[in-house]
Write a protein that binds this ligand. Structure first.
Ligand code: ZN
Length: 487
């Protein structure tokens, strides 16, 4: 299933949008693939005599696969269940209640569904934020599901510990040891299709020395770390950039997710460290996390990346995230004119910018910029075709990047990851969707029963839990300033 194709393939019959900095689009272009690698990009006529299998783009846009920099794949089976929930209610009802009882088999099926959903939507790389590793089997099940799916993935091994339920780890040290074993025994390389990162415990959720131990493990195993950072308001829970900086724990390539509530000083600290940022517009806009920090991240020197976060609330595709991010930021920027009783003449960001965030921005945020994110010789053959003869794309836009505002997952006709075709002529290859749907529904129903249902607790109880979390987060974070000074 996951063997590397050996032959040559040429994708042609469409406009090539390479997303390489400064590169022009190539009308009637072609991409030549050999094995798992891109070996040529140019006008189709240059490749006319090449002996290769031909994949016809049908007039669509030939572009790099999109990159989702933060996706809790283990929650895909709970699709739509937090559609009307704030973050506080989601954390209490979905995350905690379901996370503590999810078994490895259910987690694997959810990860598989999420991977197939991603591929179908033209997302060829995902960072799987696997913060429900209740046992060693959970992490292995997730990795196996990712490997079998064909998607390119960074398995971010979750350090998050639920306070009760099925967790088999005796203490935090056992969890660190297990992550080390996974790195050494299963995901030791960084060149494979599935690689590894560490998903830190929520900042403030554990005593700061444990956060420090997690970052130290990342250093020891040469793994990047990822963190949900500064996503709440009126509480210190999930903050910690100041503490990380004080202890010397900010890292180049460290991924900070959401960042909706960072001060300018904290933005500068992340920028100076060479950290990366992941923005999840759909959940941020819905759940009370604040404004997706598109402009703020750019003004501090970041190239934004986009993420879908959870299928319990939003869509699993980056078309939606591009649209929400772009139009939200335009609205905020236009407001400055409107409030003066004026109309803007020009817009601030373009559809090309949004496409950059979903491709090259994602690759750089996941430290994969030398392998994916653009169509260039030497890069991995992660290629998609968006377009074909769908009514919403007729007439075909003369500016190919305009598909940002017009297309959806159904318009993704071809998906190739590492040279292997996973979707062709608009249909997923080797996926029995009715059987998968049946299994997914049964597993979902059993999981929700085990969790005791998904009716939210009364608002007063949720607010009380939140107030308690604020107090112990303050105590946990304060430990960054106590004890042994940072070395
Ligand atoms: Zn998240």
């Amino acid at each position: 299933m996951s063997s590397t194709p050996a032959g040559r393939t040429v994708i042609r019959g469409g406009t090539v949008v390479t997303m390489a900095p400064g590169a022009l689009d190539i009308p009637d272009g072609a991409v030549l693939v050999e094995g798992d690698e891109i070996v040529g990009v140019g006008p189709a006529e240059e490749f006319a005599s090449v002996d290769a299998e031909v994949l016809d783009a049908g007039g669509g846009v030939i572009m790099p696969g999109m990159i989702d920099t933060h996706r809790h794949m283990w929650m895909a089976l709970l699709r739509g269940e937090s559609a009307d929930m704030s973050l506080l209610t989601f954390l209490d009802t979905l995350h905690d209640r379901c996370g503590k009882v999810v078994d490895a088999e259910t987690l694997a099926l959810s990860t598989r569904v999420s991977a197939i959903e991603a591929v179908n939507a033209g997302v060829t790389t995902v960072l799987d934020y696997c913060d429900a590793v209740n046992s060693p089997d959970h992490a292995r099940a997730a990795v196996d599901a990712l490997a079998a799916s064909g998607v390119r993935a960074v398995h971010a091994y979750g350090m998050h510990a639920y306070d009760e339920g099925v967790a088999t780890f005796k203490d935090h040290g056992e969890r660190l040891d297990d992550a080390r074993r996974l790195r050494e025994e299963t995901l030791s390389g960084d060149a494979g299709r599935v690689t590894m990162a560490l998903a830190l415990s929520l900042l403030g959720a554990v005593p700061f020395p444990l956060t420090e131990a997690e970052v130290a493990l990342g250093d020891a195993l040469a793994l990047h770390t990822a963190s949900h950072s500064h996503a709440l308001w009126g509480t210190v829970f999930t903050t910690g950039v100041r503490e990380l900086r004080h202890r010397g724990l900010l890292r180049p390539g460290q991924l900070h997710i959401h960042c909706t509530n960072l001060t300018d000083g904290e933005w500068r600290a992340l920028a100076e460290a060479g950290a990366k940022v992941s923005i999840a517009p759909e959940t941020e806009l819905q759940m009370g996390m604040g404004h997706p920090p598109i402009r703020r991240s750019i003004e501090h020197g970041f190239l934004p990346s986009l993420s879908t976060d959870v299928a319990t609330a939003g869509s699993g595709d980056l078309f939606a995230q591009m649209r929400l991010a772009l139009q939200f930021q335009r609205c905020v920027d236009n407001d400055a004119y409107n409030r003066r009783g004026e109309m803007p003449v020009n817009l601030t960001y373009s559809v090309r910018d949004a496409l950059t965030w979903a491709t090259r921005g994602g690759a750089e945020a996941l430290n994969l910029g030398d392998r994916v994110g653009t169509l260039e010789p030497g890069k991995q053959a992660d290629v998609i075709v968006v377009g074909g003869a769908h009514p919403n794309l007729l007439p075909r836009p003369t500016r190919p990047e305009a598909v940002v505002l017009q297309a959806g997952p159904a318009d993704v006709d071809l998906v190739m990851v590492a040279g292997r075709v996973l979707k062709r002529a608009g249909r997923l290859v080797d996926v029995d969707l009715p059987a998968l749907g049946h299994a997914a529904e049964n597993a979902r129903d059993a999981w929700v029963r085990k969790a005791g249902g998904l009716v939210p607790a009364p608002a007063e109880q949720i607010l009380r839990h939140s107030a308690e979390a604020d107090v112990w987060a303050a105590a946990n974070l304060a430990q960054a300033f106590c004890g042994t000074p940072p070395g």
